[in-house]
Design a binder for this molecule. Structure first.
Ligand SMILES: [Fe+2]
Length: 293
């Protein structure tokens, strides 16, 4: 059995004070938004509780689907660089960017430097999609983050990533691995237009043709489960809340999911355990579901 933990959107804080120069462009609206609202939502103490709880589980690998930063200041990536080793060995951690990590041009490069050991493929490739194989599981990491105009949080894969993803999924199916796609934006197109993955349709076509065993995403800061069309059945696409959301503020209270994967090709079993802050303010199991039985 392989146990994979998925968390997302930690939105690390406190946010360092930006210089006037750093606030130019899109960052000014993001900074205003943080000061007015988001700083009351994302609580580093809540995030520490999630990580503390995660460490009591028998997790073998942690996947984090982006939005570590808020307005992509250089100091935020320094915070990220220092935060990652506390999660464990970087071999057992895979991260991808979210829209807040690529908030402005040049931000992705800063993130790549901060996450040099956890955001690269087994072949050391830092271009997306990259693949990491751990036991029977293959993690396929894509990047939907693109700098956007103020007040927009859309994502885009682009034709190159979509066509590479198709080839990778086909090859990994031949290898008979349990394929987990990590993507920041939800691929199902129900999000408001300004938050959407603009080429979600192309992603869904690839999954419908080549399949995947599991799709993990963040971005909406709520628990979600959708079933995508695959070539031989439906593919679960699961979203988690932000791992730092203070209960009763915005979206769902902080949580993360555990996946226990066993079996083999044609006979996979995958149990999902949702953990998070319950109605009594305790970190507990919120739900257990057999996603693939
Ligand atoms: Fe996001």
């Amino acid at each position: 059995m392989f146990t994979l933990a998925h968390l997302s959107d930690p939105h690390l804080s406190p946010l360092p004070a930006p210089t006037r120069r750093e606030l130019a462009g899109k960052r000014v609206t993001g900074y205003f938004n943080w000061q007015r609202k988001r700083r009351f939502v994302h609580d580093p103490a809540v995030l520490r509780r999630m990580i503390g709880d995660l460490k009591t589980t028998a997790t073998e690998h942690i996947a984090i689907t982006g939005d570590f930063a808020n307005i992509a200041l250089p100091e935020e990536f320094e915070t990220l660089r220092k935060w990652l080793p506390g999660l464990g060995p970087q071999y057992d951690l895979t991260v991808i960017p979210g829209n807040h990590d690529v908030y402005v041009p040049g931000a992705l490069e800063m993130m790549q430097e901060a996450c040099s050991a956890s955001m690269r493929g087994d072949d050391d490739s830092t271009t997306f999609p990259f693949v990491r194989r751990r036991g029977n599981v293959a993690l396929i990491a894509v990047n939907t983050g693109v700098p956007t105009p103020p007040l927009m949080a859309t994502g885009r894969l682009g034709e190159e990533q979509v066509s590479k993803l198709a080839r990778i999924l086909a090859a990994l199916r031949e290898e008979k691995l349990f394929r987990v796609i990590l993507i920041h934006h939800p691929p199902q197109s129900e999000a408001p237009r300004h938050k959407r993955l603009t080429d979600a349709r192309a992603f869904l076509v690839v999954v419908a043709e080549h399949g995947a065993e599991l799709v993990l995403h963040g971005h909406d800061h709520i628990h979600q489960l959708h079933w995508l069309n695959g070539p031989t059945g439906h593919v679960p696409a699961v979203g988690v809340p932000s791992a730092s959301t203070r209960p009763g503020t915005s979206g769902d209270a902080a949580g993360y999911n555990l996946y226990r994967i066993e079996g083999g090709p044609g006979d996979w079993r995958c149990e999902m355990e949702m953990r998070g802050i319950d109605g009594d303010g305790k970190v507990a199991t919120l739900k257990r579901t057999m996603l693939i039985a």
